[in-house]
Design a protein around this ligand. Sequence first.
Ligand SMILES: *Cc1c(COP(=O)(O)O)cnc(C)c1O
Length: 336
Amino acid sequence: MHLTLADIHAAANRIRGLADATPLVPSAALSRLAGAEGLMKLEIAQPTGAFKLRGALNAVAVLGDVAGVTCCSTGNHGRAVAFAARARGLRAVICMSRLVPQAKIDGIRALGAEVCITGDSQDDAQTEADRLEAEEGLAQIPPFDDPAVVAGQGTVGLEMMAARPDIATLLVPLSGGGLAAGVALAAKTIKPSVRVVGISMDRGAAMFESLRAGHPVSVVEVPSLADSLGGGIGLSNRLTFAMCRDLLDDVVLVTEAEIYRAMQALYYEDRIVAEGACVVGLAALEAGRLDGRLPAGPVATIITGRNPDMGLFTRVMTGQDVTLGDVTVEGQRHDA
Ligand SMILES: *Cc1c(COP(=O)(O)O)cnc(C)c1O
């Protein structure tokens, strides 16, 4: 199973008119923090509010005749699979853990899919999706570790490099690595010198820990402002671990307090409502984690999704304390 740029071009053809051509626009916050031209790819403009629609549409498009589809998801993938299934007139059952915010569950039900809440981790949700696949004949659409999904996510990188071939650095939010693997494959095939950095939160960063160990490892999943970056990479990961290992130049981590401040920066300076997962690139720059590690030239990031829990989002924007499991991020106001 070796993906190439041709697979990403094929995915681009399948999703055309449904989930492509999101805007690539200047970012005041990113430009300030990078000290260079900062660009952001607005995947929040997708009909489901997140880039995951690209991979889900491509994966559902290549299925043969099936009784329906299922998946496990922290939310945005579930929403994407629900949307893609409805577009093909297929039944969809979305499996999620109890950590998922209610807003995401409601969004999925609104797309006509069945929702199945099970356990306290992504792994428990995965077990349920496996059962539905085995016992009810539903085709499982994995959230990241699947060639059609990675190829679909790679179309984000294809569009960015086509629009701005001068991009020197790509800062990519990193969880299971479907986005980072696809974007890195597209961007580096087109322009080998482009620097691609994956960024995760420092608690429960499954890909970071796995890369450090040299093989996929499991991590304890904890609540985070970047909830879309939670979950493991799968102990029998087939694709994204190797692709991230081979293609990413760097993987860096950011704290919850840094994510908090970066969410405020994106909102107050760029007027963008987005999830904590989107701002990890901004947070890494602000924390100095990329100092001396950026080539000259434009820096681009991907604003991956606009489906935060709005209660939590409002607390951050009004400078209040936020409690995430056993840690509390002290409130502070954005000075702008
Ligand atoms: C899924 C997701 C990510 C991470 O994507 P992976 O392919 O799992 O690395 C980042 N941001 C948002 C909003 C997501 O939904």
